[in-house]
Design a protein around this ligand. Sequence first.
Ligand code: COI
Length: 364
Amino acid sequence: MDYNFPVVRTTHPKARPEDETKLGFAKYFTDHMFAMDWDEGLGWHDGRVVPHEPLLIEPASCVLHYAQMMFEGMKAYRTQDGEIQIFRPDMNVKRMARTCERMCIPELPEDLLVAAVRAVIKEDIDWVPKAPGTALYIRPFIFGDEVSFSVLPAKHYRFLIILSPTGSYYAANDKGLHPTRIYVQDKYIRAAKGGTGYAKVGGNYGGGMRASQDAIKYNCKDVLWLDAQEHKYVEEIGTSNAFFKIDGEVITAPLDSGTILPGITRDSVIQLLKKWGVPVSERKLSIDEIEEASKNGKLEEIFASGTAAVISPIGTLCVQGEDYTVGDGNVGPLAQKLYDNIYGMQTGKVEDYMGWVYPLGLKA
Ligand code: COI
């Protein structure tokens, strides 16, 4: 469909952050956002680009009470020639549809997400950062907005896309990476079979915050979740999927339990490893197997993958207060190679030999 969204430009453009090497994650937001509404009988309507401003919301709005919402995470990158491109947006469209289905949120037409992302980035193109390791983080989200305390799907929804020039989620060194400490969570759980683990919903993250507080106590940046039933098999990290390289084999949790977020970077890592001939398995991996490998010197690498996290190496696992060093505790060569290839393709420094990059046809 040929969308032609009207634009209301801000009358108060903000000063852009001066030092792009100190952006952090989602601390600054651009001048504009995309907004669209859904109503019964009308469907999705009135897509528009408007100034990024606080929302007016009724305190009895159902989302504030029952959290009927979903979100996505994407990034836009600037190449050396000033082309603006995004990464595998078809995967975000598919995941968004699955999340909406799970949350009883009306699905968007398939081509709408990319059209809306393009429309809002067009207004804020100068905000796409240039510095190494940076990108424009894109946060599309939908929430039910109806004055109602009935535990039923809303009859009115709001779809917004907001943008944030961003650096790495975890602290990085001059090569874009820095190993982090991760806390293995064996008390709380993130997701159980039949729940919302595979969907991108705020509740999955809000419910994880108690566990992140435990992690912080042990000087760790995040948690590694274990399965809900046995508290034995590794699932994912608070913000991202997790990969373990043990004795040459790279292992990540399988998606079939419905408790793992199907990450786009996760899928990209698996595809790249297969292409490079590195053995990769989507299989159950117990924390005991990891501890054993660490004791035998076979735990070569652990890294997280995600849109925000990109590829984030893990140098230490903290299991019940005991530290397990991963490899030599530094950035592993496979994590570095994956980061260089994925971020390289995204920013146009490495040829897109997987056909993953999606140029928006915008030039800064
Ligand atoms: C992303 O990587 O885009 C996410 O949504 C994870 C979030 C916790 C930062």
